[in-house]
Write a new protein. Sequence first.
Length: 171
Amino acid sequence: MMKMRTRRALVLAGSIAAGSLALSGCSAINSILGSGSGDANRDEETGQVTESANIDVFSVKLGDCMLETGSGMLTDANVVPCTEPHDEEVFHEITMDDGDYSEDAIGAASEGCIGDAFTSFVGIGYQESALDVTTLTPSQDSWEQANDRVIQCLIVDPAGQVEGSLAGAAR
């Protein structure tokens, strides 16, 4: 199971926890319901998605561009080539250490999505940017049953869909 959180920094209090949106899904449910194919067609050299596909959420990779995931149970994702209009782009991944599941630890680690990783990717700091960040995070079920330790940082333009990567957008 994975959770999705949307976050916009509230630097005044040093907190980005406000505004969380949680969506859950799990590959076991995926198998039962049959949603999402294993993975998208990808370029052999770059690994980039070459045609739109509905894939298992655990097949989402760094650099993937996706259509908005919506709300509710998150078991699959609609990926598209980044040259096509899309809502989200996976720009960074954080791998958590093994241990007991902790929503607080995952939340704290997720703050890394708006730090140096964001600045390096976009070209300006998160606080100066018009762009937003969403995260795909492990749920307790995916942590315990699927050894899920990866937090995926997704960049979003609140103004709407974009074509191409937001790498170096500096806005």
